[in-house]
Design a protein around this ligand. Structure first.
Ligand SMILES: [Zn+2]
Length: 341
């Protein structure tokens, strides 16, 4: 089996808790269309209390071929009644230790807070030069030297990495040495300085991937488009995220940005100068190397959710990258106990 697909159906332009009876006919038609390509299709009916089959909340499919997800996306765009939308369609595989270690790509995150900002709504102390003088869109590839963080860095207890804005991670020297050892070509590295201090935080380093993978849906433009650079006022993730990439990129790459640009949320006053969330992906082998080195604060992925739209790019590779460095019991990741949620 290549993918578990979860598809949530809701009514357009209404409160999130409202479902539409038309979801029922849509779900039944979808089941008929894709029955042969799926190992199982389960329809979750609503309302739950009292139990009834008035509408469909969710459809769960187990597909033999991951690409069924994209076929369903195309089918939905043709057959979906206007007032029904899918709030989320996500393909995943369970994040068992064996699967995580062999995953081509995983979402990379930290258990720590973002140390760049003093508080989540504070502006970033880092400024990016404009890539476009007309609209002021930043050149986010120009990571500042030094990279400035808040004093929250001094309070990071038992965590060796923090995910900051714009695809930058602030990492300990141990994390940096593993990254440099195994994926030096993927990194932009900067010194770290706590705002208001004269010296550098020598035990910490800022890293940002050089390369970006293009996600299948990509980002959606919002607001007026600049006449000079063609970029919209804001970039936001699409409502539906299939977890698919157009291409997994160079086989040698082990750390990458998801899409070229960071995004901003639609429903906020944040502009180009402040919030710049940007997802990062890491190869399972590099993640395993960090895990095996005992790095603290690595977030175990909730699921494996990076798939390629190219049939010849497997979600899980035949062997764990860099496994030769971790003979026998030193490949500790395989003993990881996944917490059940
Ligand atoms: Zn512009």
């Amino acid at each position: 089996m290549e993918a578990n697909i979860r598809l949530e159906l809701r009514q357009q332009n209404e409160d999130d808790s409202v479902y539409d009876p038309a979801s029922k006919s849509l779900a039944l038609a979808l089941e008929k269309e894709f029955r042969k390509q799926c190992e199982s299709i389960e329809i979750l009916w609503g309302p739950i209390n009292p139990p009834s089959k008035k509408f469909v909340r969710e459809i769960q499919l187990q597909a033999i071929d991951k690409l069924v997800t994209l076929d369903i996306g195309k089918w939905l765009s043709k057959n979906q009644p206007r007032r029904i939308m899918e709030t989320e369609m996500q393909a995943t595989l369970p994040a068992s230790p064996q699967a995580v270690a062999r995953a081509r790509w995983l979402r990379f995150d930290s258990e720590a807070d973002n140390v760049e900002l003093k508080s989540p709504f504070d502006p970033s102390p880092n400024k990016y030069p404009p890539a476009c003088k007309t609209c002021g869109w930043g050149d986010f590839a120009q990571v500042p030297e030094p990279f400035r963080v808040s004093a929250a860095l001094t309070k990071l207890k038992n965590k060796e990495l923090s995910r900051c804005e714009n695809g930058v991670f602030v990492v300990s020297s141990k994390v940096l040495s593993v990254l440099k050892d195994l994926s030096a070509d993927d990194l932009i590295i900067r010194r770290v300085q706590i705002t208001g201090r004269k010296t550098f935080a020598d035990d910490w380093h800022a890293v940002r991937p050089k390369n970006a993978l293009r996600s299948y849906g990509g980002l959606r433009g919002d607001g007026p488009v600049c006449s000079k650079c063609d970029l919209p006022a804001r970039l936001v993730p699409r409502d539906s995220s299939y977890g698919f990439f157009k291409d997994f990129g160079s086989p040698a790459c082990n750390l990458a940005l998801v899409d070229e640009h960071p995004y901003t949320y639609k429903d906020s006053d944040w502009d180009h100068g402040t919030a710049k969330p940007h997802d990062i992906v890491i190869s399972g082998g590099l993640f395993a190397a960090l895990y095996n080195a005992g790095v603290k604060g690595l977030a175990w992925p909730e699921a494996i959710s990076c798939f390629s739209a190219k049939p010849d790019q497997p979600t899980l590779e035949p062997t764990q990258r860099f496994v030769e460095r971790f003979p026998g019991p030193t490949n500790k990741i395989l003993k990881h106990k996944v917490k059940s949620s």
